[in-house]
Design a protein around this ligand. Structure first.
Ligand code: ZN
Length: 353
């Protein structure tokens, strides 16, 4: 018998044990289908693998949910390189005290910031940023080119900061659901009106939308949004109340980012403006990102209080929201192929703007 742990899902367990999800379902008839949550407190029968060849996820493939545990795994891998251009740092903690991890790549004076995993049901952006960073780091450490790019030379001019997963608590909730032993069991149950599915949840674990928390038209956005903790779109009682948002605020204040890219997943679009406060060059830069991705540049979503809105207002510099993928979040695993192929070059272009 296997005791389910924090972060486990059917797909993750199947992958780890080199078996198929249907084999798990066959042995555990209490599970309804492949989307069923498995949670701490549950026990499962896990069949032994009889396959000779190991199933291995390739780049551009998604065979399982990408969780905070994966971010940790990659960070540990990168730390082992012990390379002076790759620094992993824990920059803060989520509400549930999960570390908010950042990787800093490069030693150049020009500072750029990429972030993802703001919204719980958009965890594919975390997977993309982490795996893309892994390729870049590998090229840098082993002195190879990446997609014709001289990585070593580039990262002597720039420093890229990546926080791949801003909202680990919410991401775990979408992947594993709510359960008795969950530290926010009662809070989450109340916010979700007792419902036991979480695909629609994009907020942090306290029901605050981390991309509605920013002091740029905050009141306007808050007045048009739910007035209490909610699975999505609630702005909080005031700007920057949540530790995840505060951490990104502090990071941004400590640095001199020339521009920022924040990754979300809805619509295959690139938003580049905010209330006409963006510099003129933003439009050209968005066009360049578009040419490398096929995503459509759009000036604004007519919304306020997002991180890129605040960044533009605060610094007068370019900020972009990259909306990868299209469809209902969380996107199905097979959507990842498009995300990988359309954003690999976009993310490189973002370094050359
Ligand atoms: Zn989003």
């Amino acid at each position: 018998m296997y005791n389910v742990k924090v972060g486990d899902t059917l797909h993750r367990l199947a992958y780890q044990h080199n078996i198929r999800v249907r084999e798990l379902l066959n042995l555990n008839p209490q599970l309804f289908d492949e989307r069923s949550y498995i949670q701490p407190g549950n026990t499962l029968y896990i069949p032994t693998s009889n396959k000779l060849e190991e199933i291995k996820e390739k780049r551009g493939e998604c065979l399982k949910e990408f969780s905070p545990l994966d971010v940790e795994k990659y960070m540990n891998k990168w730390k082992k390189y012990n390379h002076n251009s790759v620094v992993c740092e824990n920059i803060g903690y989520s509400v549930m005290k999960f570390p908010l991890q950042m990787v800093k790549i490069g030693t150049g004076a020009n500072e750029i910031f990429y972030s993802g995993g703001w919204h719980s049901n958009e965890w594919m952006t975390s997977k993309f940023l982490t795996e893309w960073a892994d390729d870049i780091i590998e090229a840098l450490v082993f002195n190879k080119k990446y997609k014709h790019l001289n990585v070593k030379e580039l990262f002597e001019k720039i420093t890229l900061y990546i926080v791949p997963m801003v909202n680990p608590d919410g991401i775990l909730l979408v992947q594993q659901g709510n359960y008795q032993a969950h530290p926010y069991y009662g809070v989450v149950k109340e916010i979700n009106k007792g419902s036991n599915t979480f695909d629609h949840w994009s907020a942090n674990i306290r029901g605050v939308d981390l991309n509605h928390q920013w002091p740029a038209g905050w009141k306007i956005e808050a007045d048009e949004s739910p007035s209490q903790a909610w699975p999505r779109h609630y702005s909080g009682i005031k700007p920057l109340t949540e530790p995840e948002a505060k951490t990104i605020y502090r990071l941004t204040k400590q640095h001199d980012f020339t521009h920022v890219l924040t990754f979300h997943s809805q619509g295959q679009l690139i938003y580049w403006g905010y209330r006409e406060l963006e510099p003129e060059v933003s439009k050209t830069m968005a066009h360049r990102l578009s040419l490398k991705s096929s995503y459509l540049p759009v000036r604004t979503a007519d919304s306020d209080a997002g991180y890129k809105d605040w960044f533009i207002q605060e610094t007068g510099r370019p900020g972009f929201t990259i909306e990868v993928g299209v469809g209902t979040n969380p996107l199905p695993f097979h959507a990842y192929g498009e995300i990988w192929s359309n954003n690999t070059l976009l993310a490189i272009e973002g370094l050359l703007l």
